[in-house]
Ligand binder design. Structure first.
Ligand SMILES: Cc1cc2nc3c(=O)[nH]c(=O)nc-3n(C[C@H](O)[C@H](O)[C@H](O)COP(=O)(O)O)c2cc1C
Length: 374
């Protein structure tokens, strides 16, 4: 099943996999879709290492890289990454640091063992630029995607001049229209049920409005797709493909710890919440004591992005590394969409891609069977 957008990219199936895991990127691209590596948590040196590995393993297949440059953020006027990080670290109130530390200590989460204080988080244009520069040195990296806003004009030009495509996520209609007006090549339209940063309007309402509003720009449907029936529903609305994040988290190739896998498997679709408690912007994740603690009246409010992300960076990496320790899962950062209720087994990425296509085709047969033929 190839849409025009698939043909433009040279991929077989309109399945786009967002992931932080290089193995998932390679496996999905090899299965006929395309893997897109989320680079927000990587330093330029770490991204280079990950892309070296991908280039070694992906053969002739292509992939993408995803950055996160918000439309607005603290320190937007600063042009040096070091100065920005220094300013952000200094701006975090002590009260917030103590509250975060107490939650970690109460849950018995071990300290980070190495003596490195390096925080690799790039929620700014000045930091993302180095990531884009690295990605553009890779011939098989054919698309750059940005979360949280329209990328700066210089980055759009740089990517397009290199012969690659650039797109961005949109959780609101007006954001999709702004992306189109800025000259982006495609828009990923994410409804509120999706994992990670998500707006308020659900996918089934938002996707067709976006398709109509920004036609003929290709729209990828995100938020709430985990099987072929959901994929068919999205494709029926005129999108150019499906962009999925949650479904790969528990795949064989994902780097999830056993305790984290268990959290996904046990969760129902009612167990997620949209919370500002980890990044400072509303993101969907598993509801737990951490998200509830930050929501209470008598506790500090989450800081604006990217301050909250710098504050919680240590909590995020410790709760991932020690996912099975103490009561870690009670406060762990587990961003995931409402499709978590459909994550009930551990499948390889290849099996997920083939299952989606088979279920899609079965669902289409069902629709044809109940539709009178002239
Ligand atoms: C664990 C996780 C982390 C995410 N981080 C990012 C990110 O850094 N950049 C981004 O563009 N989207 C991110 N997203 C959103 C995904 O790109 C995707 O739009 C979303 O997962 C689609 O909805 P679904 O979860 O229902 O599949 C993340 C999603 C998840 C589940």
């Amino acid at each position: 099943m190839q849409t025009d957008f698939c043909k433009q990219l040279g991929i077989e199936a309109p399945i786009f996999a967002f992931t932080h895991c290089r193995d998932v990127v390679v496996a999905v691209s090899k299965a006929g879709g395309i893997g897109v590596l989320g680079a927000v948590g990587f330093s330029p040196a770490k991204l280079k290492e990950e892309l070296d590995w991908i280039d070694e393993h992906i053969g002739d297949h292509i992939y993408g890289v995803d950055t996160a440059i918000p439309q607005k953020y603290e320190g937007m006027d600063l042009t040096s990454p070091e100065e920005l990080v220094e300013m952000l670290q200094a701006a975090i109130p002590q009260q917030h640091r103590e509250f975060s530390e107490k939650l970690l200590a109460d849950a018995g989460v071990p300290e980070w063992p190495e003596q490195d204080d390096e925080v690799s988080l790039s929620f700014s244009a000045v930091q993302a630029q180095a990531l884009v520069d690295e990605a553009l040195t890779r011939p098989n990296c054919r698309m750059i995607v940005n979360a949280l806003g329209t990328p700066p004009a210089e980055i759009i030009k740089q990517v397009q001049d290199s012969g690659r495509l650039i797109g961005a996520l949109a959780g609101r209609l007006k954001h999709g229209i702004a992306h189109k007006n800025a000259g982006l090549d495609f828009v990923i339209c994410q409804g509120s049920e999706g994992g990670g940063h998500a707006g308020e309007v659900t996918s089934v309402i938002l996707w067709p409005q976006m398709v109509d509003a920004i036609a003929p720009l290709p729209v990828l449907a995100a938020g709430g797709i985990a099987d072929g029936r959901q994929m068919l529903a999205a494709m029926s609305m005129g999108v150019a493909g499906v962009w999925m994040g949650s479904m790969w988290l528990n795949s064989v190739e994902a780097s999830a710890e056993p305790a984290q896998r268990e959290s996904y498997m046990n969760a129902t679709s009612e167990d997620t919440v949209r919370s500002r408690s980890f990044t400072g912007k509303t993101a969907r994740m598993l509801k737990n004591e951490w998200t509830e603690a930050w929501d209470r009246e008598d506790t500090p409010d989450a800081l604006p992005m990217p301050l909250q992300g710098y504050l919680t960076f240590d909590a995020v990496r410790r709760t991932h590394r020690y996912a099975g320790s103490g009561d870690c899962q009670k406060i762990a950062f587990n961003p995931v969409g409402q499709v978590v209720g459909q994550i009930n087994s551990i499948e390889s990425c290849r099996d997920i891609v083939f299952r989606l296509l088979t279920e899609y085709s079965d669902a289409l047969d069902h629709i044809n069977a109940i539709t009178p033929q002239e």
